[in-house]
Ligand binder design. Sequence first.
Ligand code: HEM
Length: 385
Amino acid sequence: MSEVKPDLPESPYERWSVLRESYPVLQEEADAPYAVARYEDVLTILKDNETFSSDVSLRSEEEKKIRPSMLFSDPPVHNRLRKLVSYAFKRAFVENQRPLIEARCEELVGDLSQYRELDLVEALAAPLPVTIIAHMLGVVGGDQKQFKAWSDKIFSNIGEILFAQPDADVQKAQEEMDSYFLDRIAQLRRQPEDNLLGRLVETETEDGKLTDQEVLSFCGLLLIAGNETTTGLITASARVFHELPETFEQLKVSPDLIPTFVEETLRYYSPFSATIRRTTRDTSIAGTNIPKGALVLPLIASANRDESVFENADQFVIDRNPNPHIALGFGIHNCLGAHLARLEGQIAVASMTRHLKSICYADGESTVAGELGGPSSLRVKIEAA
Ligand code: HEM
């Protein structure tokens, strides 16, 4: 570890470039997490779940047992939880959601054409993922708006949920959402429905049926893990269109480039910019000793700009192939919703390029890329096609 506290640039991408070059593993202050910037080291951490545990939450052991979270647990608890829901996120099952996603995008983007300027988050990037996951969970009609409000409140405080006492507003949102789902679960136990929530309620494991608390934990995780990140992918696409308007033109002429465009956007402006682990033993990364029990931050967005892996890493290459980015994670915790995220991203981009003649920021440089998730608002100017 460096003894001198380096003077790092403010902008995340410039900062990460300096870290990769000169401080690949950096603990800025005593007790702060160790930030890890290079691709190879981030990959090593994500692969080695025995040394780098995902059990980082400060919740009590009792609480974790009652309400386990897939994202923040290690095997064997993790395997059991993941197995229970993985069927709903397999490629073929997700493909079944295509007509719904397309219809929702057409509706949302079709509506945009009447405006010259709007908030892309409010108009498309936020409602799209929330409606789809709501639909998969069987949340319908007017409940969806409320569902989105809870999800926003809870996600915006993820750090606090993990490491501190959530504030009163977050606790209230959590309690309201829990109570809504408890009612739904009770209904489904009486009258089964064929949706993800209905199936979870019915699922039998070797320990019997899932408890209400276990089902609730899944609902919360899907909201936290799936919404803000997909919103971030859609706003990242708009950022690319603003900075490189020729990409928008290229996609209009050659829609077959949309899949590689989405992969490159995931790499270039990774919405899940960093994750977190805790060491289970003394270890070392890139020559830096890290004690047992320390927090480690694998900087995913930085790894995805590593020049030793990606040629011209700071250039957006619309048809980059191969593109071994790790924006959707790697190892046992790799993104469960990866197929869904890609499909939503591709369909949203296809709708924008079909319905719009152009799209750019309304206020010049209005967002900071590199944060976890996406901006809470993004004003754009559009011209209908
Ligand atoms: C562009 C959108 C998305 C991005 C960039 C993203 C990124 C990620 C990343 C990097 C991880 C690994 C975290 C870690 O190792 O600590 C992860 C895990 C996860 N993601 Fe996503 N995600 C996206 C969308 C979604 C969606 C749509 C869903 C589901 C509705 C979802 C559900 C999950 C779940 C449940 C996990 C935990 C998996 C596990 O612990 O085994 N994600 N995601």
